[in-house]
Write a protein that binds this ligand. Structure first.
Ligand SMILES: [Zn+2]
Length: 313
């Protein structure tokens, strides 16, 4: 009995690590929320020169003394909100997710497309959004090229080549030059790629039915060899982080080496948001798209995954 009483006294006087941590987290989240509210007021404070009327030497002094804000964060907030001027949808989402959440779309969102982009801010992390905007700009310029092409039949799209510099040892260089002969480099490289693909294809493992999401090692090796562990999205050279089931494991319960692709985190997120066009085709056919197909089975599964990921812990 005595022992239990002693223990009770102990728990009352000393706050546990868990509670201490929870309090800190809660106060921190509140502090951030209130600073965000201050940031939203800054453009109007600046415009009406309220800092001056209240006897401060600058808006920086005003924000530092009254809210503990640094000069950089004042400049950052004013810049972002000036860019969001006339785009109420973006301002609204900035109020909910914080000012920095809209930064990636400031260079692409117009008055007409602000609603579309606000929706993307709502559903993506800053990192995924940055990747999406980059792909979107590329796809957009691609569309313009083809539009011009169709409008003017005499205008053929320019065939672009790319120059790659390689550091290789002289013996390898000599062999390569011989193999190229009077042909061109592109032909030779295509040949190598084809040979590499054929070799891999010969070792392609069988599709495995499974209840476990864990990809069997044989399949993993094959899938990673196809891109040398690089993200498979066109133009992306980041190392892969996730083996992605383009046909969604929850729907098929199988690991099919033909529909597994290595992706970086941002491109995997875009796939699960339903924003990759032609996902069932080879990755070189992939494009980002503006709106997900909300009726597909995949989309429903992806929504569940998103909810699972957002759940605390
Ligand atoms: Zn990627």
């Amino acid at each position: 009995m005595e022992n239990t009483e002693q223990n009770n006294v102990k728990t009352e006087t000393k706050t546990s690590d868990k509670i201490l941590h929870e309090r800190f987290t809660e106060y921190g989240a509140n502090a951030r929320e209130w600073i965000e509210k201050c940031k939203m007021l800054l453009p109007e404070i600046a415009k009406r020169r309220i800092w001056e009327k209240r006897g401060f030497s600058s808006i920086y002094e005003y924000a530092a003394k009254l809210a503990g804000m640094s000069k950089d964060s004042v400049d950052n907030a004013l810049w972002i909100l000036r860019k969001a001027e006339g785009k109420p949808e973006l301002k609204k989402i900035a109020e909910i997710k914080g000012i920095n959440s809209i930064r990636p779309v400031l260079t692409i969102a117009t008055v007409e497309t602000a609603g579309f982009w606000a929706e993307k801010v709502r559903e993506m992390s800053v990192h995924t959004l940055e990747t999406y905007v980059k792909e979107f700009k590329k796809a957009d310029s691609f569309c313009n090229v083809s539009k011009n092409y169709y409008q003017n039949q005499n205008l053929f799209p320019e065939i672009k080549t790319e120059t790659i510099q390689m550091e290789i040892n002289p013996a390898t260089a000599d062999e390569l030059k011989k193999l190229k002969g009077s042909g061109d480099w592109d032909e030779l490289m295509q040949k190598f790629i084809e040979l590499y693909k054929e070799k891999l294809e010969a070792q392609k493992p069988e599709t495995t039915q499974s209840d476990s999401r864990h990809v069997p090692i044989k399949i993993e090796r094959y899938v990673l060899a196809r891109t040398n562990s690089t993200c498979a999205f066109p133009g992306c050279t980041k190392p892969y982080e996730i083996l992605h089931h383009t046909a969604r494991f929850s729907l098929t319960h199988e690991h099919n080496p033909g529909s597994l692709v290595p992706l970086c985190k941002a491109h995997e997120r875009l796939a699960h948001l339903g924003l990759i066009e032609n996902e069932e085709l080879a990755p070189n056919e992939w494009r980002v798209r503006g709106v997900a197909d909300k009726n597909s089975e995949k989309y429903k599964i992806d929504k569940l995954v998103a909810r699972y990921r957002a759940a605390p812990g």
